[in-house]
Design a protein around this ligand. Structure first.
Ligand code: ASP
Ligand code: MG
Length: 416
């Protein structure tokens, strides 16, 4: 007997018929005496619909009220799923985040989980019930409902698994695992049986949409055994098959993993680049340029500062495309005159392409292979950033697919 957390995404919860399938699948696991906690998302499209209603009223709705609205999608899901489980003959009970409680901070629309109380859920599990908990939401210190940011149900599930010390957290989704790259871009993309937690973290932060990045952080921090697998298979396939399907996120590099130097190619299209040209090169400049941007809650990603020529330097950084207009406004109106920059330039049509692999630690020449491949395709590299296990380049957005395909091939990800 084990304690298992299942998470089902919006597509898996997309209709009453699909919810019944989720219930059948959960019942199959429960039947072999596993204690089951299920964390569903809102039905597909529902969160967008709800947020859209608010935006029909105003372009900048109050975040607290947005959370009040958006959190209802998951509330409907848990109720329906509990009823479907009961129809399967199981005892089931649903809870909203505040009832568990899942305690968060007060950063509405992007709250972080601080603590999860496990007593109530554990008591229900001991009594033989399946517990269904809303994804995506919690309650702040003043009792307000707060949501965890788009895709946040993944994080809810892994955090609940950590708090309950679950044996495994299975994330059921509409893809059957983690791929070497997006199969919509590269037909030859392959599913990985295993990926290390560090690689997954890089891939999630570099644009792979399979898991919300914070869920991967939780998995790493609390060593939650996490598996990404398909919810589109027959719900009654043998448990033995299902248990070993998909992609397992591992914590140590085993032997088979060391064979592949590169595990995947990630990309993020919606990037924007901003440069301040001709900035006097003196202490405090980087701070004076970036703090007003950070203060506006805009996330800054890659940063480059050149060595100065004649005491002047260029300072370039990237932000998400959604924040581009706002960041440009801050720089032209507030920062440029203050730091005496000659010019502010921007390009909202860039993308970031990255190669990721723990094997990079023990192999040389990965960067040069990457740069040669891009050169052969005539793709100009605008910025470069690296970590121990990844190399990212910023390129013109229109070459994204070409770059991803070429890199997938040169690093031999096409064949296992
Ligand atoms: N329903 C939320 C969203 O669409 C959370 C989730 O699905 O993970 O972003
Ligand atoms: Mg998702």
């Amino acid at each position: 007997m084990a304690l298992i957390v299942h998470k089902y995404g919006g597509t898996s919860m997309g209709s009453v018929e699909r919810i019944k399938n989720v219930a059948r699948r959960v019942a199959k696991w429960h039947k072999v005496d596993h204690k089951m906690v299920v964390v569903p998302s809102a039905m597909s499209g529902e969160t967008n619909r709800l947020l859209g209603l608010a935006r029909e009223i105003t372009a900048h709705p109050d975040p607290r009220e947005l959370d009040m609205i958006a959190s209802t999608g998951e509330q409907v899901s848990v109720g329906l799923l509990a009823i479907a489980l009961q129809a399967e003959g199981l005892e089931a009970v649903s809870y909203a985040g505040w009832q568990v409680p899942i305690k968060t901070d007060s950063a509405f629309t992007k709250a972080r989980i601080n603590d999860i109380g496990g007593t109530r859920v554990l008591a229900d599990l001991d009594a033989g019930k399946v517990v269904v908990v809303t994804g995506f939401q919690g309650v702040d210190p003043d009792g307000h409902i707060a949501t965890l940011g788009r895709g946040g149900s993944d994080t809810s599930a892994v955090a609940i698994a950590a708090a309950l010390k679950a044996d495994e957290c299975l994330i059921y989704t509409d893809v059957d695992g983690v791929y070497t790259t997006d199969p919509r871009v590269v037909e030859e993309a392959r599913r990985l049986d295993r990926v290390t937690f560090e690689e997954m973290l890089e891939m999630a932060s570099l644009g792979s949409k399979v898991l919300q990045i914070r869920s991967v952080e939780f998995a790493g921090k609390y060593q939650v055994k996490t598996r990404v697998l398909s919810s589109l298979t027959d719900p009654l396939i043998p448990l033995e098959t299902e248990m070993h399907s998909g992609t397992l996120i591992t914590f140590e590099e085993d032997e088979t993993m060391e064979k592949a130097v590169i595990s995947g190619i990630a990309f993020q299209r919606d990037e924007a680049r901003i440069a301040l040209m001709g900035v006097p090169d003196k202490p405090g400049i980087a701070y004076q340029i970036l703090w007003p941007v950070a203060d506006a809650n805009i996330h800054i990603d890659m940063i480059i500062q050149n060595t100065s020529v004649d005491g002047k330097t260029d300072f370039t950084f990237t932000v998400g495309r959604g924040d581009y207009a706002h960041a440009m406004e801050i720089l032209t109106n507030k920062v440029q005159a203050h730091v005496k920059a000659e010019q502010v330039r921007g390009d909202p049509k860039v993308s970031k392409v990255s190669v990721v692999g723990v094997g990079m630690r023990s192999h040389v020449g990965i960067a040069s292979t990457m740069f040669r491949t891009l050169a052969e395709e005539g793709i100009n590299i605008q910025m470069i950033s690296t970590s121990e296990i990844k190399i990212s380049v910023l390129i013109d957005e229109k070459y994204t697919e070409l770059a991803v395909r070429a890199l997938h091939k040169v690093f031999e990800l096409d064949h296992g």
